[in-house]
Design a protein around this ligand. Structure first.
Ligand code: BTN
Length: 259
């Protein structure tokens, strides 16, 4: 295995958080950072970040695979063990997407847009995927794992993708620091996480302002069927409100495309 080019010290200098990433676990190689943080219950510290330089069996939404490349991507998961409930999990999803969007805007001034529920795009191409998973005992949620994968320095992409991918390097025109970007995302996430309980409306409004599909005709595919309508809004939990001739219905999961 070749030595990692990721320098924890370079990330640490830029990290300004109080608890996110203060416990930082680095793996050269692992199947899935989400899987590891979900199953290793000896790790309990709220805000622990588990980062993999090479994630070879990344999990995506709707049972898809998340493909990343050693030295070119960032793949990590954040463990939350405090102040969590069913409503929070959904909002954490949105807080994570908003944090990645803000970070990319702050550092690279790109035109970042958000696609329901939590894809981060540069204009129309996907630069980041987010997968939030949890472990419950009875009706108590014990662990929430926020998994984030960002395409950072890939020069190109091969293969077939649901949404066409891009990387920050392709959009910005230069190789960029993965350490700097990771620190920025963690800094923004700590800020936005505080708002999940204090001011959830601000997270939803922030997300809305970056979603260009609201008010548009869309198709939603939940894996079983396709539904058509106008993307009216998201509700207070972040669920999609889809309007057609029969009225407005709530969509809990799926892929949205413009039609
Ligand atoms: C998606 O868009 O389908 C979500 C992709 C989420 C990928 C990240 S990479 C880090 C974390 N570990 C995983 O196995 N998946 C998430």
């Amino acid at each position: 295995m070749s030595k990692s080019t990721f320098t924890i010290e370079e990330m640490d200098i830029k990290l300004k958080t109080n608890f996110i990433g203060t416990n930082f676990i680095f793996y050269d190689e692992i199947g899935s950072t989400n899987e590891e943080l979900l199953k290793d219950t000896s790790i309990t510290q709220h805000g622990t970040v588990l980062f993999a330089d090479n994630q070879f069996k990344g999990r995506g939404r709707l049972n898809r695979e998340w493909v990343s490349y050693k030295d070119h991507s960032i793949t990590f998961s954040i463990l939350l063990t405090e102040n969590i409930n069913a409503k929070t999990i959904n909002l954490v999803n949105f807080a994570a997407a908003v944090s990645v969007a803000e970070s990319i805007e702050n550092l690279f001034q790109l035109d970042v847009r958000l696609k329901w529920p939590n894809d981060v795009l540069v204009v129309t191409r996907k630069v980041c995927g987010i997968l939030v998973e949890s472990v419950s005992k009875g009706d108590k949620i014990e662990r929430v794992v926020v998994g984030i994968g960002v395409n950072v320095n890939q020069p190109m992409f091969e293969g077939h993708y649901n949404v066409p991918p891009t990387s920050i390097r392709k959009e910005f025109g230069k190789i960029v620091s993965r350490e700097r970007l990771l620190a920025e995302i963690l800094n923004e996430f700590e800020n936005n996480l505080a708002k999940v309980n204090r001011n959830p409306q601000s997270i939803l409004d922030n997300w809305r302002s970056r979603c260009k599909m609201i008010g548009e005709k869309v198709k939603v595919n939940d894996g079983k069927e396709e539904t058509f309508g106008i993307f009216e809004d998201i509700d207070e939990n972040g669920f999609l409100l889809l309007r057609d001739l029969k009225g407005t219905k709530k969509i809990f999961s799926g892929d949205v495309t413009l039609r």
